[in-house]
Design a protein around this ligand. Structure first.
Ligand code: PMP
Length: 346
């Protein structure tokens, strides 16, 4: 399938003259008097605007993620990258996107905010993805296909061949949200950027990195796509404290790895224990740090757990997820508290 990035970009974005901030115009390290950005000179110590392109952090992330720094966009959570995909590629009231159902809710919310039609293709009852079904609902106005793998809320990841089929056969942008890929054992798609010019991969510091509060999301794509993200984003979209905290986390990868190993071990403990409970009808396989469980009465069990001070996510009202609860894997103590409470449920 031929891919022409320029044809996919909204005409107003193609023509956009981006804002040029003080820190874009002067980049040298030699200066010592900064009277260019109307900052307060008193160092408290966050008086200066942060690096708008987060170059130090991207330099640290690139080898870790096996991409070039120029293939990285950093944003205020991956939710910022999701919104930017619409603002760059989808003309409101005219273009559409295709996604699976059920999946992460922000793809649809951002479509609605941007007045872009959202076409949802249901997964099979065992949560499998049919590439041809996605491609069939796409038309000339389809700019983006969203695939979340491992998928939220179902927890499974899709076979690589199916995703390759979508990437090969679709002439628009394919976003693969790999927010949970650190919990799976498959090769992540961000290593395939040079093979697929239409690929955008999303990652986040909110899950494996245990840093949801710093709001740091990543998008990996070709240099040309990243240049578009940089053109449209707010000038200083990632604050200094977040950039510094992320660098400190990268200095201590051993801790991140130990969290991941522990969460995987806990997942192996929680899933079989849940299957043994009489109130559990089905535990769906998980490649993520959560598990989707079909129970006898999701609303009632949800309320029972809340009374015990335990909050899970009730997905009963989500398409195809009737009577399903989504349960995050916690610490051994938290998981045992949950399992104990469920054993006593009557
Ligand atoms: N993608 C998926 C699939 C998610 O489940 C979530 C958060 N629940 C996000 C993205 C959002 O991540 P962030 O915190 O980086 O905005």
């Amino acid at each position: 399938m031929d891919f022409e990035l320029n044809k996919l970009v909204r005409p107003n974005i193609r023509a956009l003259e981006p804002y040029s901030c003080a820190r874009d115009e002067f980049k040298g390290m030699e200066a010592h008097v900064f009277l260019d950005a109307n900052e307060n000179p008193y160092n408290n110590p966050v008086n200066r605007y942060p690096d708008p392109l987060q170059e130090k952090l991207k330099g640290r992330l690139a080898p870790l993620k096996q991409v070039r720094p120029s293939q990285i966009f950093l944003g205020n959570g991956s939710d910022e990258a999701i919104d930017l995909v619409y603002r760059i590629f989808c003309t409101p009231g005219r273009d559409n996107v295709v996604a699976i159902a059920p999946t992460y809710g922000m793809y649809k919310v951002c479509a609605d905010i941007n007045d872009v039609e959202y076409r949802a293709v249901p997964l099979s009852p065992d949560w499998q993805l049919d590439a041809q079904a996605l491609l069939r609902v796409a038309d000339a106005q389809t700019k983006v296909i969203w695939i979340c793998s491992p998928n939220n809320p179902t927890g499974n990841e899709f076979p690589r061949e199916v995703i390759h089929e979508v990437l090969t056969c679709f002439g628009g942008i394919v976003v693969i949200d790999e927010a949970y890929s650190d919990f799976s054992s498959q090769v992540p798609f961000r290593t395939m950027l040079d093979r697929y010019p239409n690929l955008i991969v999303l990652n986040t510091f909110s899950k494996a990195w245990a840093s949801a509060a710093i709001r740091l999301g990543m998008a990996f794509a070709s240099e040309d796509i990243i240049a578009l993200f940089n053109k449209v984003k707010y000038p200083y979209n990632v604050n200094l404290l977040t950039q510094e905290k992320a660098c400190a986390l990268i200095d201590d990868l051993a801790t991140v790895d130990s969290w991941l190993a522990q969460i995987r071990r806990e997942r192996d403990h929680v899933l079989p224990a849940l299957s043994e409970l009489p109130i559990v009808r089905e535990v769906f396989p998980s490649d993520a740090n959560f598990v989707l469980v079909r129970v006898t009465d999701a609303n009632r069990i949800y309320r029972y757990l809340v009374e015990k001070g335990i909050v899970v996510r009730n997905r009963h009202r989500v398409q195809l997820c009737n009577d399903c609860l989504r349960i995050t894997i916690g610490t051994r103590q938290e998981n045992n508290e949950l399992l104990g409470a469920l054993r006593f449920y009557k």
